[in-house]
Design a protein around this ligand. Structure first.
Ligand code: ADP
Ligand code: MG
Length: 305
């Protein structure tokens, strides 16, 4: 059985924006999965559909084999979601926010209290249990949302940009916590636009861009694609298209006085310079083309052309 299975999911918002253009996604049970993509890619839309906050235009979503349309309340029991926006009553006490949530899933008061206490302690919020939500820092609020999402011990936990606005120390402890509950058997999906976060935590990954899945693979495989490096070179001479053709370095003309070159592992920049010199071209300046995530996107988008 899959923790999550999505088939041909489409969402067109009122006004006509196609936020999801028919995505397919399968996440195995007990996986730690990243949905990575830039702002506006459609990550939150997908998650909000899975958690029934947004209605889909078409397609199918199954949580632990349960169709969310056919058996909504059963599917919901298996799912904990930490959304991108604060989703609790800010005037309520932290302990009540968490414990009352358990009530929606039919847990007894005793069980709710036990689970609430466990997760509040585990997330370093026990000291804050009598505080009202709005008195907490951004990072604490996010952890309250995690405790709230977990209080009924769902089998699948989905977090939408869980570390946005969370300082580095808390980020690390949240990562450790997520890894621990994943090892204990909870399937986890998170969205992020930080490659580093996905890399550190996740075994499998899908990349979404403009409402389409552009890559869906293992983390190891994906990182293998990063063994190329691109540079932008400013040159002293105007070139026109087709003047330089050195396949070895994937030289591309960005504009008449700018080139991009891509080196694979083991190739040397020196060789590129020699090649350019031989063609009477001098390099005036040079910079690394992109960060790693951007680099990935460029590679992926070029592949798909
Ligand atoms: P992400 O979470 O990856 O940043 P979103 O799913 O929030 O992306 O947004 C995907 C696209 O849908 C964006 O272009 C966004 O502006 C648009 N969008 C999101 N929510 C709405 C909405 N309620 N109404 C109209 N457009 C929306
Ligand atoms: Mg989002």
């Amino acid at each position: 059985m899959k923790a999550l299975s999505i088939k041909n999911l489409k969402k067109t918002y009122k006004g006509g924006l196609d936020a999801l253009k028919g995505i397919d996604l399968d996440v195995e049970e007990v996986d730690f999965f990243a949905l990575l993509g830039p702002n506006g890619a459609g990550k939150s839309t997908a998650i909000n559909i899975i958690s029934s906050l947004v209605t889909k235009s078409s397609g199918k979503v199954e949580i632990l084999g349960i169709d969310i349309d056919q058996n909504h309340s059963l599917a919901k029991k298996e799912l904990g979601v930490v959304g991108q926006e604060v989703n609790f009553n800010q005037f309520e006490k932290v302990s009540n926010i968490v414990i009352n949530q358990a009530g929606y899933f039919g847990l007894s008061r005793k069980e709710a209290k036990e689970n609430g206490e466990y997760f509040l302690k585990r997330l370093d919020l026990w000291d804050k249990r009598n505080e009202v939500g709005r008195n907490l820092s951004g990072g604490m609020k996010r952890r309250v949302m995690v405790a709230k999402a977990l209080v009924n011990k769902p089998k699948l936990l989905i977090l939408d940009e869980p570390t946005a606005g969370v300082d580095i120390e808390l980020r690390r402890s949240l990562w450790d916590f997520l890894q621990e509950i994943n090892e204990q058997g909870t399937s986890i999906i998170l969205t992020t636009h930080y490659l580093e976060e996905a890399e550190r935590l996740c075994r499998n990954i899908a990349i979404i861009d403009e409402g389409e899945i552009v890559e869906n693979t293992t983390m190891v495989n994906l990182l293998g694609k990063l063994e190329v490096e691109s540079f932008v070179l400013d040159i002293d001479k105007s070139l026109s298209k087709g003047e330089l053709i050195e396949d070895k370095y994937q030289i591309k003309l960005l504009n008449d006085k700018q080139l991009s070159v891509t080196l694979e592992k083991g190739q040397k920049l020196n060789d590129v310079f020699s090649y350019l010199s031989k063609n009477q071209i001098s390099v005036l300046s040079m910079r690394n083309e992109t960060g790693r995530l951007e680099e990935l996107f460029i590679n992926l988008l070029e592949e798909s052309k």
